[in-house]
Ligand binder design. Structure first.
Ligand SMILES: Cc1ncc(COP(=O)(O)O)c(C=O)c1O
Length: 386
């Protein structure tokens, strides 16, 4: 029998990292020692205290059963409690919180829940590919990619956004640019969405990955009529656990829960128990736990080694205040040209153009390698004529 992908699936471009992985695999097969700064997956381990909790929880029979697609109530309570400690916000664990299987599915499912065919979704460009990819295409929606610009500090300018859009995705600390924003900026975007009847989807996956004393705000501090997605992935080095959450407006959360109710049966309960432990590590007033401080100290050292090294080659590289991405203009005509040059040196970087055409020439480096490996990569670049 001949099988054909649905028209919808055919329209979907291959996911960025799939192509990169293929290119890298080829080099590895040729025997090259690869320094991989590609995908944003922390190399540092999940703290033992979290893994131990999961292990103990997995041994308990009732934790081996189906959860609910909205998540276990004790985790929803823990998330609400964390919002109180971290942001000073009161949220109702029953109506304003939903546990998700990583934040990626929720970013997609919120569109399934609220977007009709022909509706417009606003996606920042460059941006996380799911906004303009699956969220738009699987709902027969139209995506308007609004360019983020270096001269505007990579902040989305709402004056460039089309009125009448159904949904807007926004993400700071930002992947791929590493840009952060303040609460005043979020208030401006929030007001624009309110004035224009646009659902504001705030992707706060990197809220705890910050440097230099900067603390990332929640969109819910700007107003309650929005939905925020959070993740255990980057904060606690738990990407493989697949756990996140959505918090916000009751109707938006109800729509997400209804949609998820048809699709999944919730994240494994033992993983949710581990997440409760993770959140409990934060202090009474939202003080960042030692395990995260230690992580961020390590990333800070890597960030400085890499940024200073790249600057010494003449690149204009901002020191990011958030995320674990270093983002800069490669000075090549195309991002792919630079990516291939680096791959010839056994170094994997992500072409900025993969996050949106407007980022052509830019490159993202995830600091998921030790300082020694970063220095090794810089050495290879130096010897390679940079
Ligand atoms: C901006 C952004 N949002 C969401 C996600 C999804 O994270 P997860 O599904 O692991 O929670 C990522 C992952 O890299 C991301 O970069």
């Amino acid at each position: 029998m001949e099988y054909e992908f649905s028209e919808r699936l055919q329209k979907l471009p291959p996911y960025l990292f799939v192509r990169l992985e293929e290119m890298t695999a080829k080099k590895r097969a040729e025997g090259m020692d690869i320094i991989d700064f590609g995908i944003g997956d922390p190399d540092l381990p999940t703290p033992d205290v979290i893994v131990d909790e999961m292990y103990e929880a997995a041994k308990v029979n009732k934790n081996q059963k189906y959860s609910s697609s909205a998540g276990e109530r004790d985790l929803r309570v823990a998330i609400a409690d964390w919002y109180k400690r971290r942001y000073g916000l009161d949220v109702d664990p029953d109506t304003e919180v939903c546990v998700t299987i990583g934040s990626k599915e929720a970013i997609f499912n919120i569109a399934q829940a609220f977007v009709n065919p022909g509706d417009t979704i606003i996606a920042p460009s460059p941006g996380y590919p799911v906004y303009s990819g699956a969220s738009t295409l699987f709902n027969e929606a139209k995506c308007v990619k609004v360019p983020l610009r270096a001269e505007k500090g990579w902040l989305l300018d709402v004056d460039e956004c089309p009125k009448g859009a159904k949904m807007l995705y926004l993400n700071y600390p930002n992947n791929p640019t590493g840009t952060t924003c303040d609460l005043d900026y979020l208030k401006k975007v929030y007001k624009w969405c309110q004035d224009n009847d646009t659902i504001l989807c705030y992707d706060n996956a990197y809220c705890e990955m910050t440097f230099d004393g900067y603390s990332a705000p929640s969109i819910l501090q700007a107003g309650r009529d929005a939905i925020e997605f959070g993740s255990f992935s980057k904060t606690f080095n738990m990407t493989g656990f697949r756990l996140g959450y959505a918090v916000g407006n009751k109707t938006l959360i109800a729509g997400l829960k209804k949609c998820k109710g048809q699709i999944d049966s919730g994240a494994p309960i033992f993983i949710q128990k581990a997440a409760i432990k993770a959140l409990s590590l934060y202090g009474k007033n939202g003080e960042v736990p030692e395990v995260i401080k230690k992580n961020m100290d390590e990333y800070a050292k890597r960030r400085e080694a890499l940024v200073n090294g790249l600057r010494s080659f003449g690149f204009d590289v901002p020191m990011p205040k958030g995320t674990f991405y270093v983002w800069f203009d490669s000075k090549c005509k195309t991002s792919i040209e630079f990516t291939e040059k680096m791959l010839d040196l056994g170094i994997v970087v992500t072409p900025g153009s993969g996050f949106g055409e407007s980022a052509e020439g830019y490159v993202r480096i995830a600091i998921t390698q030790s300082v020694d490996r970063i220095n090794e990569a810089l050495d290879r670049m130096r010897k390679g004529g940079f």
